[in-house]
Design a protein around this ligand. Structure first.
Ligand code: FES
Length: 233
């Protein structure tokens, strides 16, 4: 539908992978093209004069994206290239020596990010210090969907969510529109505050502490059949 000169409506970008507050080190670990958001973070951390290092793992130098851009950044001394065929990345030594206020950020294939998180956890990094961004839906475990119910806190309206519908779809049928973008629990657009209920979180975007208050309506559901979740709407 696009052609030169066609007006395009855009909204403000949302950042679901922000840099944490704190005075410690920020370690950015990229797997392949997952380096993309971490380059932006490197620029931001450099501008703010905060301590950081970027480790970029790829199969070969020839296949890796953004090499020439990273060779030219003003913070080049903080960039560490690791190619499987010349200089393998030793994740555990990169993550050694955790101190309070340190944060690690990773983006890349799910298996790479899992390895980073597992190594960090084994080395004593707390969950709140670990951040990741998925760019595709990882393999999902088999899950059973139950019927459940949503209550709208402001009106007390109750909406049944049958097992074959997502919460966003049931809400839409009831005339309540929730903005949805990815529909896969990756982007965070449909994140909504809930006030009560046992939620089975199935998203890839909320942190553990965010899950205490928010749920991703395009994929998360009540934990048990017949459960009720009250949304702060
Ligand atoms: S629409 Fe992307 S997380 Fe729900």
């Amino acid at each position: 539908m696009l052609h030169p000169g066609a007006p395009v409506v855009i909204s403000q970008p949302r950042n679901h992978f922000p840099i944490a507050a704190g005075q410690g080190r920020h370690l950015l670990l990229a797997g392949g093209i997952g380096v993309t958001p971490l380059i932006a973070m490197g620029h931001e951390l450099s501008r703010a004069n905060r301590p950081f290092e970027l480790y970029y793992k790829a199969r070969t130098r020839r296949q890796a994206a953004f090499i020439s851009e990273l060779e030219a950044v003003p913070w080049r001394s903080r960039v560490h290239f690791h190619f499987s065929d010349e200089n393998r990345l030793d994740i555990s030594s990169v993550l050694a020596g955790y101190a309070e206020g340190d944060h690690v950020y990773t983006c890349g294939p799910a298996a790479f990010m899992d390895t980073v998180f597992e190594a960090a956890t084994a080395l004593g990094w707390p969950e709140d210090a670990l951040h990741r961004e998925y760019f595709s839906v990882p393999d999902e475990p088999e899950r059973e969907n139950h019927d459940f119910e949503i209550e709208i806190a402001s009106t007390r309206q109750r909406i049944a969510v049958p097992a074959n519908l997502k919460a966003t779809e049931a809400l839409k049928q009831a005339g309540i529109s929730i903005v949805v973008k990815c529909s896969d629990g990756l982007c965070g657009t449909c994140s909504t505050r809930y006030l009560s209920g046992d939620v089975e979180h199935r998203d890839y975007v909320l942190s553990k502490s965010q899950r205490d208050q928010r749920m991703i309506l395009c994929c998360s559901r009540a934990k048990a059949a017949g459960g009720r979740i009250t949304l702060d709407l």
